[in-house]
Design a protein around this ligand. Structure first.
Ligand code: PMP
Length: 439
């Protein structure tokens, strides 16, 4: 018997015994192509020697020192490199241990910014119904994922949720994509006015939605309009790039493709690439300056903030992504994956949508392609597909999210950026077998 808390399932899971390149191997030596990088984590694949060497070197030097007493070379170098490649205006980095912590830090920093600048009446957060921002209570309240929120609802602070920008489900057939984007972005202005023009702290969104509905980018112009509205009302724009950042969509930051800069951005997953647990929150010079001129410090902290070994791992990962051409490779292989998926499933009666950017792609499975009607919830098609893929030796990430009362079955693919064309063929081939068995 196991003493570990099971995750989502009572079934006994195989034990991972080793990882190499794009494959994981269980205790019996069975190989699994890591087609989702876990949950969009393993951007470099498994067993990357440059990263493990950097970790070992740091362990041999100093594994940990508390940030109340010391800063460290790897944390400083990582912050410098992140800012060198970050969207315009971002200037400071706060290093944490994962995505939820990065988003919690983002929310608290945003609130503290307004306390320091004599606007303590700003207390509302606005987010979108189609979103996931983490599992700790603060960010769970911000996210719009009904299933995750439900049991904890009495403990969650009130958050406003506006419509997502989800073209496949939300766009009316008689409106243009641009008009659709503007219509849903303008809901932010309506909500700010409803709450009170000077009472909102921040709008929070994932540039490419991950864990609720699978690799959903906004339509062109949506984020530009969101940025305009935030600026008009002095509302901070917090982007959650925990899943879609670190090159996953083909640019280091997903927001680069929207032509806007956030005030605060959270990253994690691909930052440590699974080699160490690490996340980061980056903020603008304006926000940092206000805190510095006010109380002088960010009223926050965890024991493992700025962890030297985690930072050394992330520095090695980031160096490979930026200087090693892996972000460009992700964009290039992402196009190949999209084309291969399109070719195999583009006309499939039960594949309603194939979407995403870079190596962040998803299939939406429907009962009726014409009406977009989903399968009945009880059939849990996404889970059945995950299992069939797993049995066939392919890891893909299933989601059964509900947005605005419409549920869907989604399969997320987020393989390591080092995949070759043969791996693309293997992913598509195994997915075809699994879909054939389940539907
Ligand atoms: N934000 C987004 C967009 C995520 O996808 C996730 C994790 N799936 C989180 C936040 C939370 O990150 P973590 O699980 O590392 O706490």
């Amino acid at each position: 018997m196991s003493h570990i808390f099971p995750r989502h399932t009572k079934a006994r899971l195989p034990t991972v015994a080793r990882g190499e390149g794009v494959y994981l191997y269980d205790q019996n030596g069975k190989a699994y192509l890591d087609g989702s990088g876990g949950a969009a984590v393993s951007c470099l694949g498994h067993g990357d020697k440059q990263v493990t060497d950097a970790i070992k070197a740091q362990l041999d030097t100093v594994a940990f020192a508390h940030t109340s007493f010391f800063t460290s070379y790897p944390a400083e170098q990582l912050a410098d490199k992140l800012i060198e490649h970050a969207p315009e205006g971002l200037d400071r980095v706060y290093l944490v241990s994962g995505g939820s912590e990065a988003m919690e830090a983002a929310l608290k920093l945003a609130r503290q910014y307004f306390v320091e600048t004599d606007q303590p009446q700003r207390r509302h957060i606005i987010a979108r119904r189609q979103s996931y921002h983490g599992n700790t209570l603060g960010v769970l309240a911000t996210g719009g994922n009904e299933w995750r929120r439900a049991p904890f609802a009495p403990l969650l602070v009130e958050t406003s949720h506006i419509s997502p920008c989800f073209e496949y489900r939300g766009k009316h057939p008689d409106e243009t994509r641009i008009d659709y984007g503007l219509r849903v972005a303008n809901e932010l202005e309506t909500e700010i006015q409803r709450l009170g023009e000077d009472s909102v702290i921040a709008f929070v969104a994932e540039p490419v939605v991950g864990a609720t509905t699978g690799a959903v980018p906004a339509v062109e112009g949506y984020f530009k309009r969101i940025r305009e509205i935030c600026d008009k009302y002095g509302v901070l724009l917090i982007l959650d790039e925990v899943m879609c950042g670190m090159g996953r969509t083909g640019t280091l930051f997903a927001s680069e493709q929207e032509g806007i800069s956030p005030d605060i951005v959270a990253i994690a997953k691909g930052l440590g690439a699974g080699y160490q647990p690490i996340g980061a929150m980056l903020c603008s010079a304006k926000i940092y300056a206000a805190i510095e001129a006010g109380s002088g410090f960010f009223q926050h902290g965890h024991t493992y903030v700025g962890h030297p070994t985690a930072s050394a791992a992330a520095l090695a990962v980031l160096t490979k992504l930026t200087d090693g051409g892996l972000v460009e490779r992700c964009a290039m292989m992402g196009d190949k994956l999209q084309n291969a998926l399109q070719q195999e499933f583009g006309q499939h009666a039960n594949v309603g949508d194939i979407r995403g950017r870079g190596l962040f792609r998803a299939l939406e499975i429907v009962e009726d392609r014409e009406t977009k009607a989903p399968f009945a919830q009880q059939r849990t098609i996404h889970k059945a597909l995950k299992q069939e893929c797993f049995d066939a030796g392919l890891i893909c990430y299933p989601m059964g999210g509900t947005v605005d009362g419409q549920r869907g079955d989604h399969i997320l693919l987020a393989p390591p950026f080092i995949i070759e064309e043969s791996h693309v063929d293997e992913i598509v081939g195994k997915l075809k077998v699994a879909i054939g068995r389940v539907l």
